[in-house]
Design a protein. Sequence first.
Length: 214
Amino acid sequence: MVQFSLWDIFTFLLGALRWTVALSLIAFVGGGLVGMGLLLLRFARVRGAATAVAWYVQIFQGTPLLMQLFLVYFGLALLGMDTSPLVSAAICLTLYASAYLTEIWRGCVNAIPKGQWEASTTLALSFTQQMRHVILPQALRVAIAPTVGFLVQIIKGTALASVIGFVELTKAGQMISNATYQPFLAYTFVGLLYFALCYPLSWWSQRLENRRLA
């Protein structure tokens, strides 16, 4: 059994935490960009677009994230693509986040009174102009709180990337546990670091929601 001091364990996990944060940001930003494109496509007057986006959302919401990670990781390998666990996890979490963010933002857009659509239509605004100048600015205020709240789910979802060999916080905790035979200590540190990362976001999301309802 290898002996590590508490400081050694903590610093090793802090190093892995950086990769958890990096993967979360990649998934959130990438998912946001893809999700916004899907949102616009869903409300665009294009035949079949809304149905296609709805099926996309249902597929990612209706299947476990763990299975999605396996399919992306091994599927890319079957296609002859030599990808790293980081790339596979980033692609999968980006698609996963885009599906949920699209649905969150769709609800926020639907929360805008129908009269706003009708008023902008009477002004002869195009669909793009309606979304840009009338609908999205109002929907943004409604969307901030749930979007920040979903970021917490993305952070916790990165833990599953450990199953494909990506060394983030959970994988680092497993490595420490295997080396020291002290799983309780290792995973206590892991849990505390996740809490330190997620709690401020959860608190901020709740405060934003309360401010919006006030």
